[in-house]
Design a protein around this ligand. Sequence first.
Ligand code: NAI
Length: 314
Amino acid sequence: MEIKTVGVIGAGTMGSAIAELFAFNGFNVVMKDQNMDLARSGYSGIEKILNDMKRINDEKPEKEIARIENYGIKLSDDQKNAIRKKIGVQVDVNAMLKRISLTDKYSDLSSCDLVIEAAFENQDVKNRIFSDISDLSEHAIIASNTSSLSITEMSSRLKRPENALILHFFNPPYLLPLVEVVPSLYTSDEAKNTAVSLISRMKNHREGMVPVMAKEREGFIVNRLLIPLINSASDLLDSGVASAEDIDTAMKKGAGFPMGPLELADMIGIDVVVDVMEVLERAYGERYKTSVILRRMREANRLGRKTRIGFYKY
Ligand code: NAI
């Protein structure tokens, strides 16, 4: 099935970044929020992402040229242009923005071949949205970007539940290429295959997008492994085994992690970490017990980078 037009419901952090990703890959995008002000605010976020990415992409070949010339080698204009062509990524901000239209009405999603829901992480909100789009065009694939809620429950609101599944993107999708593809009990093989082949043909601003398949079990793959690791690191700190700096240094230098678990927690947001741990605890029991220090930090509004204090000060 060919996908040309993509609808995105919710123009917040993830919705706007997902809309940007599809526009970057040449798709027409219709982005819907609850009202036009919210949709426009998401659009401003997309402009910012595109301009930042354009600046970074424009700088990349120039940095490489400067690096080579630093050896005392003089490159000709042709050689410089060849480097620009080889490692430069053209980001045509205006062309990409033109592919995105905004709406506050579900009826404007009727021509979409794929609709991705990225509204609030609340089962009732998502069930309601699925009811409201229950009879989109017959072939449209309906995806939710939920991190923890039931796609099986959402899909039961659809006329064609076999067309729905979870596409779980990572924040920010313009740099992180992974998408967890999670079918519900209803999802057809055709919908699954269409989604996997679509994702594998896409790229973000850094590399090709990568789909992985997971069963509909809380946390899927990444959150089920990563969030408990952050939780254990928090327990280590709480019990005085090591300082935050030493825990992060140990995991970076001893286990090859690009970031330590506590600095990563500050980046994700302590509130989000606690929310996911509580989902895992409800699903899998005692061994996923939320660390007390994480709960206290949430109560004290020490949520990490966004409140400028978490395990570290910013
Ligand atoms: P957000 O709060 O930034 O944005 C949600 C947006 O949805 C808001 O603009 C809101 O007005 C809009 N919305 C709510 N109801 C709507 C409706 N009926 N129609 C249209 N728009 C509606 O939330 P965020 O962080 O973007 O998360 C969205 C989804 O993505 C959630 O399911 C979340 O679990 C998931 N997710 C979030 C990640 C993150 O790092 N923020 C990472 C991966 C998944």
